[in-house]
Design a protein around this ligand. Sequence first.
Ligand SMILES: [Zn+2]
Length: 257
Amino acid sequence: MRKRWISLLAAGLLIGGVLTPASPALAAPTFKVPFPCNQSWSGQTRSDHSPAYAVDFNRTDDLGDPVVASAPGTVDRVTDLGGTSYGKYVRINHGGGYSTYYAHLNGFNVSVGQTVGYGKVLGWVGSTGGSTGPHLHYEQRLNGSDIQVRFNGTLGLYWGTKTYTSDNGCSSGSGNGTVDTSGTPLTVRSGPGTGYSSVGTVADGTRVTIACQTTGTTVTGTYGTSSIWDRIGSGRYISDAYVYTGYDGYIPGVPRC
Ligand SMILES: [Zn+2]
């Protein structure tokens, strides 16, 4: 809670650390499942598919579900072929000769030339082009030829149907904060709210690791009024209104509980 000038320095150091190691040129990108974090999709491959190594993804009621970039890159095609072939499709150029295709979309959320990162919504699952029902037709290509797909370096299932769970765009980090109550120990709750039972206290000035954040009871504390609660352990939550994290609201990169 509560952004102060010190947090700008901390953020600068963090960004510097993230940017330091460059990926080797021409290495295959780390492709991820082309759907948002934690979603599970059934991916089917079949030898009579065109092209052969493409994957058709489905899940229940998937029409209109968001489709996301499977790796960072530049959008180099946003095309509507009408009632044939791919229908509405997006192609991303990942560099090193690698590209990905997302076909039969219902609509587009990107334009040609746009730089995208993991988890960027490209469009929505549809049934455009030569499709008989909603699904995402997905391809990975190298120098224009389709290749067997890999997610996080692991080869997809050929041939058959397999459930793939996305870690695309998932926040991975934890955050830190310092409890500031001006003296009184802060009550730790079993859930994100004052109605949950007390499971202990943390002393004023305690440095805490925040595994995730969620919305709960609105509390007014040292840093103003907030409905954010910080999970500092299994079944242990404290109100963010009493925690200095360097940020108003949610901490960037820390997942929702
Ligand atoms: Zn297909």
